[in-house]
Design a protein around this ligand. Structure first.
Ligand code: RP5
Length: 172
């Protein structure tokens, strides 16, 4: 999948079974009009493709990589080991260990090879973190982010008001 402009965010996953989680990252990219690409690249099943992807990412114009994987989740770390780009790791929730396996595989990187790991299943936050990284050098994107945060505040305050209304009503 490719959006019209040259992709600046690479969204990759170990298997198509990870797509529902990673889709939420693409939704954020779409919301902020960030050109992105989506690929299945596996550290274990297609290690050569993975290395090729990581090594060519910077030269082809990507600025951030979001990598999701589950279980023995080596993809984000192996990508990070072969690119100077920031890599955001998304631990996929698993049936056997509820994603703790994915989380620990991704987050426990050795010194020198960081992976910015989000919460288990948190594709949306991975997308937002990518947008935040890009916004540092893109004023238009930063304005959109500031507006996004304003809306978050407004929504949360609305929840406070309606919850307190409910509580007052229940006490009558
Ligand atoms: C990992 O193995 C993938 O990231 C996926 O989360 C997990 C299971 O893959 P499938 O068996 O569903 O293809 O590499």
């Amino acid at each position: 999948m490719k959006s019209q402009n040259k992709s600046i965010v690479g969204i990759i996953m170990g298997s198509d079974s990870d797509w529902p989680t990673l889709k939420t990252a693409t939704d954020i990219c779409k919301q902020f009009s960030v050109p992105h690409e989506v690929h299945v690249v596996s550290a274990h099943r297609t290690p050569d493709d993975m290395a090729k992807y990581a090594k060519s990412a910077y030269k082809k114009g990507l600025k951030v990589i979001i990598a999701g994987a589950g279980g023995a989740a080596h993809l984000p770390g192996m990508i990070a080991s072969q690119t100077p780009l920031p890599v955001i790791g998304v631990p996929i929730r698993t049936e056997t260990l509820s994603g703790m396996d994915s989380l620990l595989s991704i987050v426990q990187m050795p010194g020198g090879v960081p992976v910015a790991t989000v919460a288990i299943g948190a594709g949306k936050n991975a997308g937002l973190l990518a947008v935040e990284i890009l916004a540092i050098s893109n004023a238009k994107l930063m304005d959109k982010l500031i507006e996004y945060k304003r809306l978050l505040i407004a929504e949360s305050r609305k929840k406070d008001i309606s919850l307190n209304k409910e509580i007052k009503l229940s006490l009558k």
